[in-house]
Design a protein around this ligand. Structure first.
Ligand code: PEP
Ligand code: MN
Length: 339
């Protein structure tokens, strides 16, 4: 249930209402926008009579929210959330451009790719240090050494770091070394991990959509993180599993308008894991920006033929540079800025 307040309500009047909500044994979540202030009521609202709240002269109206997610719900927070990743804004009219190799392989490799990605216009560097691989015999990532290599690349380029966390054991290390913490598709419903990153992660979270997750399941996973204390969640569509086997997954571009309608969270697109083929990345990335996404996360590798992971879907730096030129033009048309 949400309480929509009249314009120009004082802090004191908001506090009085918060106390009233708390007196029902509920949690009040205040969202102060430029136009309206909304108080979300979280908990069992079945016994709350909306009319009793509507008698207050500062209340415009009270609405029941039927969706099971509250904190992520657009109704609780009508304005777009803009998430700050070490100074790079994601959401609203900002376009995040995240690039880098699937896995960190060596210091030289990451620094070379980071410099090329930055020169092309990327504003964040990604690299996997802990890799969720389907086969236990495949390269599992460099772990802590990989994170240190990413930090060295950050020192060289100034690009904030995005990397995947697979176990709560490493949260403190990620808080120190990583700027945006990725929760991968396979862990989207690892609820214990979601609760721990909500509680202990001091950095924003990039939550990838599960291989066959519905929108509601995906948003509920964001809700887990938010309800546990971390409100800074960015969603990432990376393709879903369908009957098609020609492509690795099927990119669901409808996710962009749907997520924007249902939530206030930014949504970025990963066309690399969606198609699984490098030549699908350019058309899908352009389509995603045209459809209004808040960012792109693209795998870039200097030598895809010899990459330890996901070479076939990685762009060479030259191709990435060409792509960003076109992305910049499309972004301009849809009112997004790259900073
Ligand atoms: C990745 O980003 O490298 C990755 C493993 O992605 P996903 O979780 O989407 O498969
Ligand atoms: Mn990958």
């Amino acid at each position: 249930m949400i309480i929509v307040l009249k314009p120009k309500v004082s802090k004191h009047e908001i506090q009085d209402l918060v106390e009233k909500v708390e007196s029902y044994g509920l949690t009040a979540h205040v969202s102060q926008g430029t136009e309206t202030t909304i108080i979300g009521m979280i908990g069992d609202v079945t016994k709350v009579d909306p009319k009793q709240l509507e008698v207050s002269p500062v209340v415009d109206h009270v609405m029941r929210v039927s969706e099971p997610y509250k904190l992520a719900n657009r109704a609780f927070h009508p304005e777009d959330s803009i998430i700050d990743v070490a100074g790079v804004k994601v959401g609203g009219d900002h376009l995040a451009l995240i690039a880098g190799p699937c896995s960190v392989e060596s210091k030289e490799q990451v620094i070379m790719i980071a410099k090329a990605a930055k020169a092309a216009g990327a504003n964040m560097l990604r690299g996997g240090a802990f890799k969720p691989r389907t086969s236990p015999y495949a390269f599992q990532g460099m772990g802590t050494t990989g994170l240190d290599i990413l930090l060295a690349a950050k020192e060289e380029t100034g690009l904030p770091i995005v990397s995947e966390l697979m176990s709560a054991e490493y949260i403190e290390e990620f808080n120190e070394k990583v700027d945006l913490v990725q929760i991968g598709a396979r862990n989207m419903q690892n609820f214990d991990l979601l609760k721990e990153v909500g509680k202990r992660c001091t950095k924003p979270i990039l939550l990838k959509r599960g291989l066959s997750a519905t929108y509601e399941e995906w948003i509920m996973s964001a809700e887990y993180i938010m309800a546990s204390g971390n409100p800074n969640v960015i969603l990432c569509e990376r393709g879903v599993r369908t009957y098609e086997t020609y492509t690795r997954n099927t990119l669901d571009l409808q996710a962009i308008p749907v997520i924007k309608r249902l939530t206030h969270l930014p949504i970025i697109i990963d066309p690399s894991h969606a198609g699984g083929k490098w030549w699908l990345v350019e058309p899908m990335a352009k389509a995603a920006v045209a459809a209004g996404c808040d960012g792109l996360m693209i795998e870039v590798h200097n030598d895809p033929e010899h990459a330890l992971c996901d070479g076939p879907q990685s762009l060479k730096p030259e191709k990435y540079t060409e792509l960003l030129k076109q992305v910049g033009e499309i972004a301009h048309i849809v009112g997004k800025e790259i900073k």
